[in-house]
Design a protein around this ligand. Structure first.
Ligand SMILES: NC(=O)c1ccc[n+]([C@@H]2O[C@H](COP(=O)([O-])OP(=O)(O)OC[C@H]3O[C@@H](n4cnc5c(N)ncnc54)[C@H](OP(=O)(O)O)[C@@H]3O)[C@@H](O)[C@H]2O)c1
Length: 82
Protein backbone atom coordinates (compact mmCIF):
# COMPACT_ATOMS: atom_id res chain seq x y z
CA UNK A 1 0.00 0.00 0.00
CA UNK A 2 1.27 3.46 -0.91
CA UNK A 3 -0.09 6.52 0.89
CA UNK A 4 0.10 9.91 -0.81
CA UNK A 5 -0.33 12.86 1.54
CA UNK A 6 -1.46 16.23 0.19
CA UNK A 7 -3.13 14.19 -2.53
CA UNK A 8 -5.42 16.99 -3.69
CA UNK A 9 -2.49 19.37 -4.17
CA UNK A 10 -0.45 19.96 -7.30
CA UNK A 11 2.35 17.56 -6.39
CA UNK A 12 0.03 14.96 -4.87
CA UNK A 13 -2.04 14.78 -8.05
CA UNK A 14 1.10 14.38 -10.17
CA UNK A 15 2.33 11.60 -7.86
CA UNK A 16 -1.00 9.76 -8.06
CA UNK A 17 -1.12 10.11 -11.84
CA UNK A 18 2.38 8.60 -12.07
CA UNK A 19 1.63 5.82 -9.55
CA UNK A 20 -1.54 4.55 -11.23
CA UNK A 21 0.54 3.82 -14.33
CA UNK A 22 2.72 1.50 -12.24
CA UNK A 23 0.58 -0.08 -9.49
CA UNK A 24 -3.10 -0.96 -9.12
CA UNK A 25 -5.13 2.09 -8.06
CA UNK A 26 -6.64 0.05 -5.21
CA UNK A 27 -3.18 -0.16 -3.65
CA UNK A 28 -2.91 3.62 -3.39
CA UNK A 29 -4.36 5.64 -0.50
CA UNK A 30 -4.92 9.36 -0.98
CA UNK A 31 -4.75 11.11 2.40
CA UNK A 32 -6.78 14.31 2.18
CA UNK A 33 -8.34 16.90 4.48
CA UNK A 34 -11.21 17.52 2.06
CA UNK A 35 -12.81 14.32 0.82
CA UNK A 36 -15.19 16.24 -1.49
CA UNK A 37 -12.20 17.70 -3.33
CA UNK A 38 -10.89 14.18 -3.96
CA UNK A 39 -13.95 12.80 -5.77
CA UNK A 40 -12.07 12.58 -9.06
CA UNK A 41 -9.26 10.69 -7.33
CA UNK A 42 -11.73 8.19 -5.84
CA UNK A 43 -13.34 7.82 -9.27
CA UNK A 44 -10.21 6.17 -10.67
CA UNK A 45 -10.21 3.57 -7.88
CA UNK A 46 -7.76 5.15 -5.45
CA UNK A 47 -8.78 4.79 -1.78
CA UNK A 48 -9.49 8.21 -0.31
CA UNK A 49 -9.03 8.68 3.47
CA UNK A 50 -9.59 11.74 5.60
CA UNK A 51 -6.39 12.86 7.37
CA UNK A 52 -5.82 16.41 8.58
CA UNK A 53 -2.26 17.28 9.65
CA UNK A 54 -3.70 19.54 12.34
CA UNK A 55 -5.78 16.74 13.83
CA UNK A 56 -3.41 13.79 14.38
CA UNK A 57 -6.17 11.41 15.59
CA UNK A 58 -7.63 11.49 12.06
CA UNK A 59 -4.41 9.98 10.69
CA UNK A 60 -5.40 6.68 12.21
CA UNK A 61 -8.18 6.47 9.66
CA UNK A 62 -5.40 5.55 7.25
CA UNK A 63 -5.46 1.87 8.11
CA UNK A 64 -2.25 -0.14 8.46
CA UNK A 65 -0.23 2.96 9.15
CA UNK A 66 -0.52 3.18 12.89
CA UNK A 67 2.77 1.37 13.49
CA UNK A 68 4.57 3.53 10.93
CA UNK A 69 3.08 6.68 12.45
CA UNK A 70 4.14 5.60 15.93
CA UNK A 71 7.67 5.11 14.62
CA UNK A 72 7.49 8.55 12.97
CA UNK A 73 6.31 10.12 16.24
CA UNK A 74 9.17 8.47 18.14
CA UNK A 75 11.72 9.74 15.60
CA UNK A 76 10.17 13.24 15.68
CA UNK A 77 10.22 13.25 19.50
CA UNK A 78 13.80 12.04 19.46
CA UNK A 79 14.81 14.81 17.05
CA UNK A 80 12.96 17.40 19.18
CA UNK A 81 14.97 16.44 22.22
CA UNK A 82 18.35 16.68 20.45
N1 LIG B 1 4.44 21.27 -6.89
C1 LIG B 1 5.71 20.92 -7.07
O1 LIG B 1 6.20 20.77 -8.22
C2 LIG B 1 6.64 20.66 -5.90
C3 LIG B 1 7.95 20.27 -6.15
C4 LIG B 1 8.79 19.98 -5.08
C5 LIG B 1 8.32 20.10 -3.79
N2 LIG B 1 7.05 20.53 -3.55
C6 LIG B 1 6.60 20.61 -2.17
O2 LIG B 1 5.53 19.70 -2.00
C7 LIG B 1 4.59 20.24 -1.09
C8 LIG B 1 3.24 20.35 -1.78
O3 LIG B 1 3.35 21.23 -2.89
P1 LIG B 1 2.13 21.51 -3.86
O4 LIG B 1 2.64 22.36 -4.95
O5 LIG B 1 1.47 20.22 -4.21
O6 LIG B 1 1.20 22.39 -2.89
P2 LIG B 1 -0.37 22.53 -2.92
O7 LIG B 1 -0.90 22.40 -4.30
O8 LIG B 1 -0.67 23.77 -2.13
O9 LIG B 1 -0.86 21.27 -2.10
C9 LIG B 1 -0.76 21.20 -0.70
C10 LIG B 1 -1.55 20.01 -0.26
O10 LIG B 1 -1.45 19.88 1.15
C11 LIG B 1 -2.76 19.74 1.67
N3 LIG B 1 -2.83 20.26 3.03
C12 LIG B 1 -2.57 21.51 3.46
N4 LIG B 1 -2.80 21.60 4.78
C13 LIG B 1 -3.21 20.39 5.19
C14 LIG B 1 -3.62 19.84 6.43
N5 LIG B 1 -3.69 20.58 7.54
N6 LIG B 1 -3.98 18.53 6.49
C15 LIG B 1 -3.96 17.76 5.38
N7 LIG B 1 -3.59 18.21 4.16
C16 LIG B 1 -3.23 19.51 4.07
C17 LIG B 1 -3.63 20.54 0.74
O11 LIG B 1 -4.98 20.16 0.90
P3 LIG B 1 -6.16 20.95 0.17
O12 LIG B 1 -6.16 20.48 -1.26
O13 LIG B 1 -7.36 20.53 0.92
O14 LIG B 1 -5.85 22.42 0.29
C18 LIG B 1 -3.04 20.13 -0.60
O15 LIG B 1 -3.52 18.88 -0.98
C19 LIG B 1 5.15 21.60 -0.65
O16 LIG B 1 5.85 21.42 0.56
C20 LIG B 1 6.06 21.98 -1.78
O17 LIG B 1 7.08 22.85 -1.33
C21 LIG B 1 6.20 20.80 -4.58
Amino acid sequence: MIVVTGATGQLGRLVIAALIKKVPASGIVAAVRNVEKAKDIAAVGVQVRYADYNQPPTWEIVEDLEAALEQFREIATDLDTK
